[in-house]
Design a protein around this ligand. Structure first.
Ligand code: AMP
Length: 406
């Protein structure tokens, strides 16, 4: 590997700054799923055993900057996105005292430290190179001039952020075990060869169009599902009722369909319902918030109905293609899987992928992993959703930064 890994880094007696991915789900102020914290432990234990004098961990959590932009107060946002509950769980799982700090100028004496959410500082995600660099310099200073840096946050490696990208200018840098493992696991999917199938779902089309293009370039078939498909239907001239639509992306969706034609397999039928309570998010709807669940051909969604899952014909068709695949790459839900009436598509596709024992396969993205755990399915997973898709088509910025580092 052209970048250094943690085993090639001399850490004895040194302070180490580690970028971990502690962007975990929280529920009622507690960590709801600690998978990502557990995944970071091997690198941290290794550094400790190798005699690092101090281990300063940092991570982002959620998207606090989005809520600030919406006009919420800083206090409110910081209370919601603080890493404090994560620090408690981290300390418990690590089995050692962890000091939690918000002030980068005052790093306490404890061996293990967790810094507050990196995204509380605008420099973390800034588009301005100097602003990002200034924050990276501040972060680097927490381990001093003799310090070293380890990136073990694969899920953020596709981002040009201060704590994964700019930081490598200031400290000798290496990849942690998790980043190394994830990259090795994804390699077979970069050039998947014959009989390859990508399955792509999810809601946010602005995040997905580049992914559709990247996957269609490399894979024999791209099976589509989820909320993003309705923008494609609109581009075909179908009526989509009240289904999710991104008006601005209709043109691009049309171009993609023209370019990749038959490779893109859109749902032929859709499970729809009439939503009665429009105040709620679709994935929080209760039984009384919708009615008239039915399946219709994709070009016959009636006015007033919302598409919420793929239909049975689509499930059967997608399943057949998956059963014959030799390589399968999956990212994103086929419908509103959080609600049992609309989870059948996602569950059936997940099971079909799991049942194809001969295929080389991987699934990425938060929800996808949730479904796999829930269904006790046998599909290897990547902790990076967006990062795993970007990895297929280009070198990730944070990996490039590791390669450039001294
Ligand atoms: P994303 O973050 O873009 O991968 O989207 C994941 C979310 O997409 C999940 O929470 C699903 O509930 C949601 N989703 C899937 N299908 C639909 C749909 N047809 N309409 C609205 N949301 C959907």
């Amino acid at each position: 590997m052209p970048f250094k890994t943690v085993k090639q880094l001399s850490v004895k007696g040194k302070k180490v700054l580690v970028r971990v991915d502690f962007n975990v789900p929280l529920s009622k102020g507690k960590v709801a799923d600690a998978t990502k914290i557990i995944a970071a432990l091997p690198t941290l234990h290794y550094l400790d055993k190798q005699g690092a004098s101090k281990i300063v961990c940092m991570s982002h959590l959620g998207k606090p900057e989005k809520e600030l932009k919406k006009g919420k107060s800083r206090e409110e946002v910081e209370a919601k996105f603080t890493l404090q509950p994560v620090a408690e769980k981290f300390q418990e799982l690590l089995g050692k005292k962890v000091a939690f700090v918000a002030d980068l100028q005052n790093i306490p004496d404890e061996k293990f430290v967790l810094l507050e959410n990196t995204r509380f500082n605008e420099g973390e995600k800034s588009k301005d190179d100097d602003e990002r660099k200034a924050f990276a310099r501040e972060l680097a200073a927490t381990v001093g001039k003799e310090g070293v840096y380890v990136n073990d946050a694969f899920g953020t490696c596709h981002r040009k952020h201060a704590s994964v990208y700019d930081i490598t200018q200031f400290l000798p840098s290496a990849a942690g075990f998790l980043v190394e493992k994830e990259i090795n696991a994804l390699k077979p999917f970069v050039n998947p060869g014959k009989s390859s199938v990508a399955v792509l779902g999810g809601a946010k089309i602005e995040d997905k169009l580049d992914a559709v293009k990247a996957l269609a370039e490399k894979y024999d078939s791209v099976l589509l599902g989820g909320g993003m498909t309705f923008t494609f239907f609109k581009a075909e001239g179908f009526e989509i009722g009240d289904s999710l639509l991104d008006e601005e992306k209709i043109g691009e969706a049309a171009e993609i369909m023209k370019k990749f034609g038959k490779k893109l397999i859109l749902p032929s039928d859709i499970r729809v319902a009439k939503i009665l309570n429009k105040e709620k998010k679709v994935n929080e709807l209760g039984k009384n918030d919708y009615k008239d669940v039915k399946e219709v051909p994709s070009d016959e969604i009636p006015p007033g109905y919302t598409g919420l899952d793929i239909g049975r014909k689509t499930i059967e068709n997608h399943k057949k293609i998956i059963a014959q695949a030799k390589t399968i790459f999956w990212n994103g839900a086929m419908g509103v899987f959080e609600i049992s009436d609309f989870s059948k598509g996602t569950m059936a596709i997940a099971k079909a992928i799991s049942d194809n024992k001969a295929a080389t396969k991987i699934a990425g993205g938060g929800e996808t992993v949730e479904v796999i755990h829930e269904g006790n399915l046998e599909i290897p997973t990547s902790t990076g959703g967006g990062a795993s898709i970007d990895f297929l088509r280009k070198k990730l910025p944070a990996i490039e930064a590791l390669e450039r580092s001294r």
